[in-house]
Write a protein that binds this ligand. Sequence first.
Ligand SMILES: N[C@@H](CCC(=O)N[C@@H](CS)C(=O)NCC(=O)O)C(=O)O
Length: 222
Amino acid sequence: MQLLANTTSPYVRIARVAMIEKGLDIEPTLVDPWADDPRLRAANAATRVPTLLLDDGTPLAESLLIVQWLELARPAPEWPSLTGRDAATAAGVLSRAGIALGAIDASVHTIITRKVTAPLLFDETPVGLRRRRTMVEGLQRLEALGAVLGSAKSGTASGTAPGTAPGSTAPPLDAICAVVLYDYQQLRYGDQPWLPKTPGLQALAEAMRQRPSFARTMPRAA
Ligand SMILES: N[C@@H](CCC(=O)N[C@@H](CS)C(=O)NCC(=O)O)C(=O)O
């Protein structure tokens, strides 16, 4: 198995955290998607990270499809469930994960568009401001959901008794995505005055760093 990855992508981090929580702690193969790395291009028509090559050579693109495969390849109860073991739990987890993913998409879109619009700053255009609003509102909504994310982080979705300390049990997908969003925002926009203070998310992110899955995948600018 080979994970084609880079050190900054929040999508890569979602896949890596999920893999490590499922016991698949493989060293990523670092590639630069923007340099059209031939290994990435061969495996993924979109030439994007993450791309996971399974042992039989099957390439899996898209972070959430990798998570979907992991749920089947390493199912509960042997492994932690990342999305929940019943439809009602999964609905809550996936709904909250969707808020974080919308903000992650807006965040990455802003960074990528800066590459092509410079020196015009995309951020101040109507679309750029819309993306910023998505980031701000996404963070604020997740912050307001703190208690619910708190129950997710204590392992409710994976069937673990609620009330355990943050970071002490495997987090479901909503907590993974919320923390990936928070840490990516700090890396990319930590100095921006518009970035809202989200002390609940900050505490969750700091607690999750106790886990190797989060500590070893902290985003680093290339
Ligand atoms: N929806 C994809 C997004 C992946 C993605 O956009 N990855 C970026 C890095 S953050 C990339 O490889 N970009 C290269 C490109 O767009 O050409 C996922 O969830 O995996």
